[in-house]
Design a protein around this ligand. Structure first.
Ligand code: MRU
Length: 354
């Protein structure tokens, strides 16, 4: 992989340190870092999408917990209260990506195992260690996803992706884009088509930016062009990431993904989803129970830097949709490929039992 001179997020210093993010709201025009020195900064960065993408949200939130406890380590009672309120607060930042709750649960469990026989400072240090572990594990998971999925992409293939499931959405290598990067590392030349991904243009602003930095042939299309591009025979596979995967394999991902999956089915093109085990929510039976984030109408009426709809128009702006498992050719995880998609295979591959 070509050297990438940017980091989606990094922790600077020890327990009293801070989080630095590449501010994704400014891409592709400005590569500017954002310093988060408080839990409020992290909450706002997640809500505003300065940091976004399911795994990156989880990592940022984990570091956010460390920030939220920096003033509270001296008194044990105060520490426990601060931990509880910090976890609850960060959980309100965005509702759909389960990686956020998965990361917060890990920190909660780590602290719970220490309360009673450790000081606040010791627990605080352990939580930083846990956040760093989540960050490092994500790197390894993304690499493994790339290795497991690359077999589905052949030299010369056209591949369509939606939203951004790349380096910017994770610790380093991405999920859907890790598959593309790994195929490229194996010497395969791919033609990657990128849906612009209205309303916030993660495809146009972020995915094209990072694919081009990786030297991948990249073509941007409007979301409404996907059917035509498929009909013209330009697409051999579709691959996206996921924000939450239910026990039956239904996938919540960026709004528009469901439509792309339907189009892929109609054109006989395999539709793949790449995601780490931290994106599965086996407590949820089907996609119907996945909470879908609703975002402000201004993202649609003023999305391109100027007003593009009349004052007072009604707007519906769900940020995610659910693709039914039956439309998904395979779920590509760090623990293996799940195909055909079924609850049994998901549980077996993730080692989660029945
Ligand atoms: O609203 P966003 O930009 O956070 O939505 C991101 C997506 O839908 C990604 O496709 C998903 O999180 C997968 S990231 C590896």
């Amino acid at each position: 992989m070509t050297h990438v001179p940017y980091e989606t997020l990094r922790w600077v210093g020890g327990v009293d340190g801070h989080l630095v993010l590449l501010d994704q709201t400014l891409l592709p025009l400005q590569e500017q870092e954002l310093e988060c020195t408080s839990v409020d900064d992290v909450w706002g960065a997640i809500r505003r999408l300065s940091v976004r993408g399911a795994p990156a949200i989880g990592i940022a939130a984990a570091y956010g917990v460390v920030l939220g406890l920096q003033q509270a380590t001296h008194d044990v009672g105060r520490f426990q209260q601060a931990l509880k309120s910090t976890l609850e607060y960060l959980a309100t930042s965005r509702p759909t990506a389960v990686n956020l709750f998965w990361a917060l649960d890990r920190l909660r469990d780590r602290a719970a195992a220490m309360v009673g026989n450790h000081s606040g400072s010791e627990i605080h240090a352990a939580l930083l260690e846990e956040a760093r572990a989540i960050h490092a594990e994500d790197r390894a998971m993304c690499r493994a996803i790339g290795q497991n999925g690359a077999e589905f992409l052949q030299d010369g293939m056209g591949v369509l992706t939606h939203c951004n499931a790349g380096s910017l959405a994770t610790s380093e290598y991405g999920t859907a884009l890790a598959v593309i990067y790994t195929a490229q590392d194996q010497g395969k030349q791919l033609d990657v088509f990128v849906d612009e991904t209205r309303p916030l243009l993660q495809g146009a602003r972020l995915t094209t930016w990072e694919l081009m930095r990786h030297g991948i042939a990249t073509t941007l299309i409007c979301d409404s062009m996907a059917a035509q591009v498929m009909r013209e025979g330009r697409i051999g596979a579709v691959i996206t990431g996921a924000d939450r995967i239910a026990a039956n394999g239904d996938v919540a991902n960026k709004i528009g993904t469901y439509g792309v999956a339907q189009l892929a089915r109609a054109h006989g093109i395999p539709f793949y989803v790449a995601a780490p085990s931290s994106t599965f929510d086996l407590r949820i039976a089907t996609g119907d129970a996945i909470p879908i984030e609703q975002r402000p109408g201004e993202e649609i009426t003023h999305g391109l830097g100027r007003q593009t709809a009349p004052d007072g128009v009604g707007v519906y702006n769900p940020a995610f949709d659910v693709t039914p498992a039956e439309l998904i050719a395979a779920l590509i995880t760090e623990r293996g490929v799940i195909t055909p998609v079924s609850e049994n295979r998901i549980r077996r591959t993730l080692g989660a039992g029945d």
